[in-house]
Design a protein around this ligand. Structure first.
Ligand SMILES: Nc1ncnc2c1ncn2[C@@H]1O[C@H](COP(=O)(O)OP(=O)(O)OP(=O)(O)O)[C@@H](O)[C@H]1O
Length: 529
C-alpha cells in the first residue's frame, strides 16, 4: 500500500498553457449572453436606428459598456463565491508568475516560432490549503524554486504553513481562507488529536507539550485562554495563577476551579511547588503501575488512565517579577522557578503541562528553559517583530507576520499565528466567542464536574533524595552518578537541590540504555522524559 502510494503520489494538476485558455473560455461564456441579447435588440431596432446614426453609435457603445461591466461583475462574483473558480484563479496566478519571471524552457523549432515549455509545477487546493510542488532534481530552476515560497505567499495573500522537500520535489503548503475553519468557543474540546482550536488546528499536548500564548493588549488573549479552559477542564485538572488578579479570579468561585485560582505571591509560589510535587507523586505512581503490569518500559500517563494536569500562568512576566521582588519569600521563589522549569522539562510523560501567557515579549521575559521547551506557541493580535522572532524562532525568521484588522470587510478579533517549535507558523483564528446572550464561560464552567488527581496529596509520601541517596537507590557509584548528571545537564536538563521520582526514572532509564550497549549520549537523549 505504502509503495503504491509512493508510485501514484498525487501532487496536484500540472500548470501549463491551459490556464490561459481556461480564463479565456470563462470570459467568453460570461460575455456571450450579453452579446447575444444586445445583438438581437440591435437587430430588432436596426431599421429605426439607421435613420439616426448618432443614436445608433450611442446604443452600440452602451451595449459594449454594459457587457464589459456585467462580465466583470459576474467574473468577480464567481471567483469570490465559488471554490472551483477560486481554484482556477489561483492556478492562473501561478501560471502568470512562471511566465512573467521567465520560469520556462524555450524549445527551438526549425522554421517556426520557438515554443515555451513549462517546468513540472503542480497545484493542489482543498478546503483550507493550497499546495504547490516544484520539480528540483538538479534542473535549471532548482535554486529559484527552493526560494520561491515567500513570493507565492505574497501572491496568494496566504500564509506559508509548511515547506517539504522530498523525492526531487519541493512543496509549499499555504493556508487558504483560514477563517472558514474557525470554530466556536463553545466547541473547544479535547479529542484524539489533542485540544481542538480550529477545524484543522489542534494543540497536541502529548506530542508538543506546553503552550505559550502571546497577545498584544486587547488582542484576544483572555478569550483564547478561557476557550482553552473550556476544553481542558472537561478532561483534566487545571490550576491557574492570575498575578494581575484580572481575568480568572472570579472563576475561583466555581466548583470546578475552587481553590485552583491563586494570585497572592505566597500562594502562587506554593501552587507551583505543589504542582511539581504532584508530578513527582505521579511518576512514583506510574513506576509502581509499571512494575505491577510487568512492563519493561514506563509508558505515558494515558497508558495508565491518568488525567492530565495543566498549570496555567496568565501574564508570566508579572508572575516572575512579583515573586522576584518579594524579599520575604526569596528562597521559596527560587524553588518555585526551579519547580516550573522541572515541570516544563519533565512533565510530558506524567501528563503535567504548563500554559503561560504574555503580552509583547521583552528581552529577558522568558527563561531559556521555558523558551526552548515550550513546544506549541500561539499569538493573537498585534505583536512586535521582536516578539514574533522569539516566539516562532529561527524557522520563521523570513516570514512576514501581518496584523490584520478586517477579513472580508468584517472586523476580526483573535487573529494571529500558531506554530510548533521548529515548523513554519500558520495563520490562526482563536475560537469565536458567541454573543453574550448565547454563551458565557462562567455558566458553561458552572456545569462542569470537578476532576481530581488519582491520589490525595495529604496521604501520599513523596520520595526526596539527596544526590548520594539517589546514587545509592540507583545502585551506582557516586562518581558514575555524577557523570550521568553532567551528561544530562549538557543535554539541557536541570536539577533541583534534591531529587525526586522523575529524576530517579530519568537516571534509571539512562543507566539501563547505557548497559544495553548505547553510548552515553544516545542513552541520555533517549531517556529524556
Ligand atoms: N475569539 C474572539 N471572538 C470574538 N471576540 C473576541 C475574540 N477575542 C477577543 N474578542 C473581543 O476582543 C475583546 C478583547 O479581548 P481580550 O479581553 O481577550 O483581550 P486581551 O488580549 O486579553 O486584552 P488585555 O491584555 O488588555 O486583557 C473581547 O472583549 C472581545 O470583544
Amino acid at each position: 500500500m505504502k509503495l503504491m502510494k509512493q508510485i501514484f503520489l498525487f501532487r496536484g494538476i500540472g500548470i501549463g498553457k491551459k490556464e490561459k485558455i481556461g480564463t479565456r473560455l470563462i470570459v467568453s461564456f460570461l460575455v456571450l449572453p450579453f452579446l447575444l441579447s444586445f445583438g438581437f435588440l440591435t437587430y430588432l431596432l436596426f431599421s429605426k436606428l439607421m435613420a439616426n446614426i448618432i443614436m445608433f453609435l450611442i446604443l452600440i457603445l452602451s451595449e459594449l459598456l454594459i457587457s464589459g461591466i456585467g462580465t466583470f461583475f459576474l467574473y468577480r462574483l464567481l471567483h469570490i463565491k465559488f471554490w472551483f473558480f477560486k481554484k482556477l484563479e489561483n492556478r492562473r496566478l501561478l501560471y502568470r508568475h512562471l511566465l512573467e519571471n521567465r520560469l520556462f524552457y524555450t524549445v527551438k523549432k526549425k522554421d517556426r516560432n520557438d515554443k515555451i515549455k513549462f517546468p513540472k509545477v503542480y497545484f493542489k487546493q482543498d478546503k483550507y490549503t493550497i499546495s504547490v510542488s516544484f520539480q528540483l532534481e538538479g534542473r535549471q530552476f532548482q535554486d529559484k524554486f527552493l526560494n520561491i515560497g515567500g513570493a507565492l505567499e505574497i501572491m496568494y495573500s496566504a500564509d506559508l504553513m509548511d515547506r517539504k522537500t522530498e523525492k526531487g520535489y519541493i512543496t509549499y503548503v499555504y493556508s487558504a481562507d483560514t477563517i472558514l475553519s474557525r470554530i466556536s468557543a463553545n466547541a473547544v474540546r479535547v479529542g484524539k488529536q489533542g485540544l481542538k482550536l480550529m477545524e484543522d488546528v489542534y494543540w497536541d499536548y502529548v506530542h508538543n507539550p506546553h503552550l505559550l500564548v502571546a497577545g498584544g493588549t486587547g488582542g484576544g488573549k483572555t478569550v483564547l485562554l478561557r476557550s482553552i479552559l473550556n476544553g481542558l477542564l472537561r478532561i483534566g485538572i487545571v490550576e491557574i495563577l492570575d498575578p494581575k488578579q484580572a481575568d480568572f479570579v472570579s472563576l475561583n468561585e466555581l466548583p470546578v476551579l475552587k481553590d485552583r485560582v491563586v494570585y497572592e505571591v505566597s500562594d502562587m509560589i506554593e501552587k507551583v511547588i505543589q504542582v511539581k510535587e504532584n508530578m513527582e507523586v505521579r511518576y512514583a505512581t506510574m513506576r509502581q503501575m509499571q512494575k505491577d503490569k510487568n512492563q519493561k518500559e514506563l509508558g505515558n500517563f494515558q497508558e495508565y488512565d491518568l488525567k492530565p494536569v495543566f498549570l496555567m500562568i496568565d501574564e508570566f512576566p508579572s508572575f516572575r517579577s512579583m515573586i522576584a521582588e518579594d524579599r520575604e519569600n526569596f528562597i521559596q521563589a527560587e524553588l518555585a522557578m526551579s519547580a516550573l522549569k522541572q515541570l516544563v522539562l519533565k512533565g510530558r510523560q506524567a501528563g503535567f503541562f504548563v500554559i503561560t501567557s504574555t503580552q509583547n515579549v521583552k528581552s529577558d521575559d522568558l527563561p531559556s528553559t521555558l523558551k526552548d521547551n515550550i513546544m506549541t506557541r500561539i499569538s493573537v493580535g498585534r505583536l512586535s517583530q521582536y516578539s514574533y522572532d522569539v516566539i516562532f524562532g529561527e524557522e520563521n525568521k523570513n516570514k512576514e507576520f501581518k496584523y490584520v484588522e478586517e477579513v472580508n470587510g468584517e472586523r476580526v478579533f483573535g487573529r494571529g499565528y500558531f506554530g510548533v517549535s521548529g515548523t513554519p507558523a500558520r495563520e490562526f483564528f482563536s475560537p469565536k466567542l458567541p454573543s453574550s446572550n448565547e454563551f458565557s464561560y462562567y455558566t458553561e464552567f458552572e456545569k462542569l464536574e470537578r476532576l481530581e488527581l488519582e491520589f490525595d496529596k495529604q496521604e501520599t509520601i513523596i520520595s526526596v533524595y539527596s544526590a548520594k541517596a539517589l546514587a545509592e537507590e540507583l545502585g551506582v557509584d557516586y562518581r558514575l552518578f555524577k557523570k550521568y548528571k553532567s551528561e544530562f545537564e549538557t543535554a539541557g536538563q536541570e536539577f533541583g537541590k534534591t531529587f525526586g521520582s522523575s529524576d530517579l526514572i530519568l537516571f534509571e532509564t539512562a543507566i539501563k540504555l547505557k548497559t544495553s550497549g548505547k553510548t552515553y549520549q544516545e542513552a541520555i537523549t533517549e531517556s529524556i522524559l
